[in-house]
Design a protein. Sequence first.
Length: 305
Amino acid sequence: GAMAETQSWSDWTCTCLCKNYIRLASFLVVALGAITLIVVLAFFFYMLKGPLSELGWSGFQELGEASAVKWLALCVAVFLIIAGAVGMKFAASRVKWHGGCFVVILLLAVIFQLAVVLTFMTKPGQSNAKASSFASLADRYGETDINGKPPWRCTNLSAVEPLTLGTAEKGWCSGRMKPECEKATYADAIVDQCSPVLGDDRSAEIFGRWCDRCSNQWWSDIESVMQRKDSLHQTLQQYRDKWGGDEGKVYCRCVGRLMDVVERHETGVMGCTYGFLAFQVALLMSTVWLLACCRQRNAPEAGEV
């Protein structure tokens, strides 16, 4: 009677969840994992071979927490792909241990995504990150090639062109620089990566705010770290001179652009992350319900639900 009808409805719900919702959701999880993996690998390549490498930006990864985020994101991508594959297997087989593995692996992916969120929300600019990023750029600026020439030396770094024609820019934490460098690709990197976005007032505001903050407040933190470390190859006085010279100007402009990128994209990135986290939590809960509440099929194989 009523009990049989209720049981039939429960069986239909379990079958629908397995064959349709969980299978489709698992496919989406695999797809997102693959997209995440492609993005992370592209980021690795970009930091290694892109225009930022010209600036000695290996140390800058720490400022935006990019060094930690990229490895966490790589773990997320791997766990998502594995979880999705196991989920599709579970949808087809309805074997309990497949479902259990799916839940555990997807839960690990969610945990790593939460770690990415927490890391991304951490305000950049820790003292060690400031010191390593400035040393990275300053050391690159002072390098010489095999002929003893300094290909990264530039002139005219103090001159900036206004973002809007007919206006005057105040200070070198505004506008776009017009450097003349021995190495053309280095000059292009300074112009493209260390200036606000043309025609974007919000970018100009964020850029100027962080550049000013860097130039007025960051040296004391950098100096305190450099005094404690013996691994740096130059004396503190040499770095102090660099901070007051061209290297300090380029560095703080690059910091301004880095933080401009972080702030402008933070809302969109976090919104997408929260949305997908909610989807995965719902998927986890429905899978746990399926494992816990659905009765076994008639003459089930061992381990089936």
